[in-house]
Design a protein around this ligand. Structure first.
Ligand SMILES: [Zn+2]
Length: 375
C-alpha cells in the first residue's frame, strides 16, 4: 500500500480504547516477514513483531492503535477521514495512527538493518494501560528478548514538524497529611489543640516548596497544595482534625523518599522548633506515586542518531523535552530500555477535528528510515 492509502485505512477503522478494530491482525498480515507474537489479556490485544536482519542492536518501534472517543463538535465523521488543504481530519490522525502508519511503512520497506527490528503495538494506551505494553515487556524480559532501544511514535512536535524529541517525563506524587488535634471552644483555646493554628507557622515551608531546581529538561519539582479541610463551618468550635492534600510533579532529581524525608522534618522537627514547649505534632503522612519519572541519558546513541535523523530530514535541531502527560515510554524506561519518543505535531490530540498534515506523515517515515541507516 502507498503511505497515504495505509494511513486512510487505519483512520477509517474505529478503534476506541481498548478496541483494536482488527488493526493488530491487519498489521500482522501486512508484515508477513516478521515473526508475530500475540498477547491478549482481559479484552486487551497486543502484538509483538520481530525480524533479525543482522547481529547488531535490537531496536523496537512502539505505539498504540487505540484512540480516545471522538466527543462532540466534529465537522466531519471522525472515522471517515477527510482531506482539506493538505490536512487529514480524523480521530487518531495525530494520536497516533500517523505514528503507527510510519512504523509499518518503515518496516515494510527496510531491506538492511544492522541488528533486530521489532514492533510493539497495543490497544490499551488510552485506557488504563495495565494489560498493554507493560505486560508484553514482562514477557520479553522473561524470554531475555528486551530491546536495547525503543522509539515510541507518539506525536511529540510542538509548532513545526521536527522541533521536539521527548526523552523523559515528570512523575506524579500524591500526598495527604492528617493533623490530629483536640476539639474545643473558641473562647477557651488553651483547653484545645487547634490543628489550624498548629500548621500555621510551618505551612509557608510546604506551599510551593521546590524539592530541586530542575535542569534544562525539567522544571523544578514543586509541591502544590490542592485541598485543606478542617472545622465544622462555625465560628465557636475549633476543629479536631485537619487534612491537607497535595501533588508534586517530580523530575528524576526528586524521589518519593526525598519528599517523605522533607515533610517529616517539617511537620516533626520544624514544628517543635517553632512551637517550644508544645510537644510533638500528631500527624499521619500518606504518599503515593501514581507515575514514575524517567529520563533517558542524553548522550545515548539512540538520542544522537534520532536527533541527527530529524535534522537530516527537516533541517531543524530538535529540542530534547520531558513535557506533557504520560505515555507507554515510561514502561520501557522501567525495564531499563533506552527510550525516546518522536512523531508528528500534537496540537489537536484528543480534540474535535483532530488533524495531521500529510507531509508530516511522509517526513516521519523519512526520519525513521534515516534512523535505521544510522545504526
Ligand atoms: Zn497516544
Amino acid at each position: 500500500m502507498e503511505d497515504k492509502e495505509l494511513f486512510l485505512a487505519l483512520l477509517n477503522t474505529p478503534s476506541i480504547t481498548p478496541q483494536d478494530g482488527g488493526l493488530l491482525a491487519f498489521a500482522e498480515d501486512y508484515l508477513p516477514d516478521f515473526t508475530a507474537k500475540r498477547v491478549d489479556i482481559d479484552g486487551v490485544k497486543n502484538l509483538f513483531l520481530y525480524k533479525k536482519f543482522g547481529e547488531g542492536v535490537h531496536l523496537c518501534f512502539a505505539g498504540h492503535v487505540d484512540v480516545v472517543p471522538p466527543g462532540e463538535g466534529w465537522e466531519s465523521d471522525p472515522f471517515e477521514p477527510v482531506e482539506k488543504e493538505g490536512f487529514i481530519y480524523a480521530r487518531g490522525a495525530q494520536d497516533m495512527k500517523s505514528g503507527v502508519c510510519a512504523i509499518l511503512q518503515t518496516c515494510k520497506t527496510v531491506t538492511h538493518f544492522n541488528g533486530t527490528l521489532s514492533i510493539l503495538l497495543t490497544s490499551d494506551e488510552e485506557g488504563d494501560a495495565k494489560n498493554g505494553t507493560v505486560k508484553v515487556l514482562e514477557i520479553l524480559k522473561n524470554e531475555n528478548f528486551l530491546p536495547d532501544f525503543a522509539i515510541v511514535a507518539e506525536p511529540t512536535c510542538f509548532r513545526n514538524f521536527g522541533d521536539t524529541i521527548k526523552i523523559g517525563r515528570r512523575g506524579s506524587i500524591n500526598g495527604k497529611i492528617e493533623i490530629k488535634g483536640v476539639q474545643g471552644h473558641a473562647a477557651y483555646p488553651q483547653n484545645a489543640k487547634n490543628p489550624i493554628h498548629q500548621i500555621a507557622s510551618i505551612l509557608p515551608k510546604v506551599a510551593e516548596h521546590k524539592f530541586d531546581e530542575g535542569n534544562d529538561i525539567f522544571e523544578p519539582s514543586t509541591l502544590v497544595l490542592t485541598d485543606i479541610k478542617a472545622g465544622e463551618g462555625v465560628t465557636n468550635v475549633t476543629p479536631k482534625n485537619l487534612t491537607l492534600m497535595f501533588n508534586i510533579r517530580n523530575s528524576p532529581l526528586t524521589k518519593i523518599e526525598d519528599v517523605e524525608r522533607y515533610l517529616r522534618s517539617i511537620f516533626g522537627l520544624l514544628y517543635m522548633v517553632n512551637n517550644p514547649g508544645k510537644g510533638k505534632l500528631d500527624f499521619d503522612l500518606e504518599l503515593q506515586e501514581s507515575a514514575k519519572s524517567f529520563m533517558t541519558d542524553r548522550s545515548s546513541i539512540l538520542i544522537a542518531h534520532l536527533s541527527r535523523a530529524v535534522e537530516d530530514v527537516t533541517g531543524l535541531v530538535p529540542e530534547l523535552s520531558a513535557a506533557g502527560g504520560t505515555s507507554d515510554a515510561r514502561f520501557f524506561a522501567e525495564f531499563g530500555v533506552n527510550v525516546a519518543e518522536f512523531g508528528v505535531l500534537n496540537d489537536t490530540i484528543h480534540a474535535a477535528n483532530e488533524r495531521c498534515h500529510i507531509s508530516h506523515l511522509y517526513d516521519l517515515i523519512k526520519v525513521y528510515r534515516e534512523l535505521l541507516k544510522k545504526f
